[in-house]
Design a protein around this ligand. Structure first.
Ligand SMILES: O=C(O)c1cc(=O)[nH]c(=O)n1[C@@H]1O[C@H](COP(=O)(O)O)[C@@H](O)[C@H]1O
Length: 288
């Protein structure tokens, strides 16, 4: 599909075609060791090639974790550039999990790096942290909209430490939680950038693990008007049933995400493909 088609529509089509699953490429030292690979650039290259052989063109979204490429320096980032280019050639949507965020002028640099189609690191979408203020992300949001790309902004993360910031209510108990304020600003951007009501370029990250805490934060996920990336399946304890129980009403906008849960089936490409396919089917059945 042409990149002129907005990211939200491209992701919606990919979710319909392949099922509701994002698979993370997380070449952590432990996963490389399980696959019998060295924790070096050649290990990184073989890991990435195997995951793409198994899943590219068959998965709604792939999400390389930038940290595990960056830790190998410029040679690791060169492998990431190849992953992103291979995804583009395979027509595979790819989300760079870089969790960027900085003052506006620097945010423009991140927008150029991750979302300008001319960049060697161009991806379809990038993860962002809003904790310098949601408004500081504006250059990246605008670049996403201009290039037919997307962003996923951290809202309620899957790690237990996240609650101390994200659940906080800045000026007394009647003020919205920090996470609710982030979600409301994302909703306003999507309403502006996607006035026809199709999923906008601003998605949110909501841990599949948040469960019953969601209600207490006052986050209105139904109003966001963009996709919701739900990491935390499998290794962090969340199940397809948890996603259905707490978030099921948001059906087509949900993008549950797993890394180790799928990767630990490797390195055989057929086994990886089987694990991802079963998880996508379980999620589709739970969300039906
Ligand atoms: O943005 C993310 O993807 C993310 C947000 C979050 O709240 N929690 C979270 O685990 N992640 C990422 O999702 C992946 C989770 O990996 P697994 O626990 O192996 O599925 C890692 O790359 C995390 O950085």
């Amino acid at each position: 599909m042409s990149p002129a088609v907005p990211f939200g529509s491209r992701l919606a089509a990919a979710l319909r075609a392949h099922g509701p699953l994002c698979v993370g490429l997380d070449p952590a030292p432990g996963t490389l060791a399980r696959w019998g690979l060295a924790d070096d650039v050649e290990g990184l290259r073989r890991f990435s090639g195997t995951v793409l052989e198994a899943l590219a063109g068959r998965t709604a979204l792939l999400k390389p974790q930038v940290a595990f490429y960056e830790r190998h320096g410029s040679a690791g980032l060169a492998v990431l550039e190849q992953v992103l280019a291979d995804c583009r050639s395979a027509g595979q949507l790819v989300l760079a999990d870089a969790k960027r965020g900085d003052i506006g002028s620097t945010a423009t640099g991140y927008a150029d790096a991750w979302l300008d189609p001319a960049s060697p690191l161009a991806a379809d979408a990038v993860t962002l942290s809003p904790y310098l203020g949601y408004g500081s992300l504006a250059p990246v949001v605008e670049a996403a909209a201009a290039h037919g790309g997307g962003v996923f902004v951290l809202c309620l993360t899957s790690n237990p430490e996240g609650a101390s910031v994200q659940h906080a209510r800045p000026t007394g108990s009647s003020a919205p939680s920090v996470a609710a304020a982030v979600a409301a600003q994302a909703a306003a951007d999507n309403a502006r950038l996607s006035p026809d009501g199709s999923p906008g370029p601003v998605g949110l990250v909501v841990g599949a693990t948040v469960g019953e805490h969601l209600e207490a934060t006052g986050v209105d996920l139904a109003a966001v008007g963009g996709h919701l990336l739900l990491p935390g399946l499998g290794a962090q304890g969340a199940t397809a049933a948890d996603v259905a129980r707490h978030l099921g009403g948001l059906g087509p906008l949900l993008v549950p995400s797993a890394s180790r849960e799928v990767l630990h089936a490797g390195p055989d490409p057929a086994a990886l493909r089987g694990a991802a396919g079963r998880l996508a089917q379980d999620l589709a059945a739970a969300l039906r």
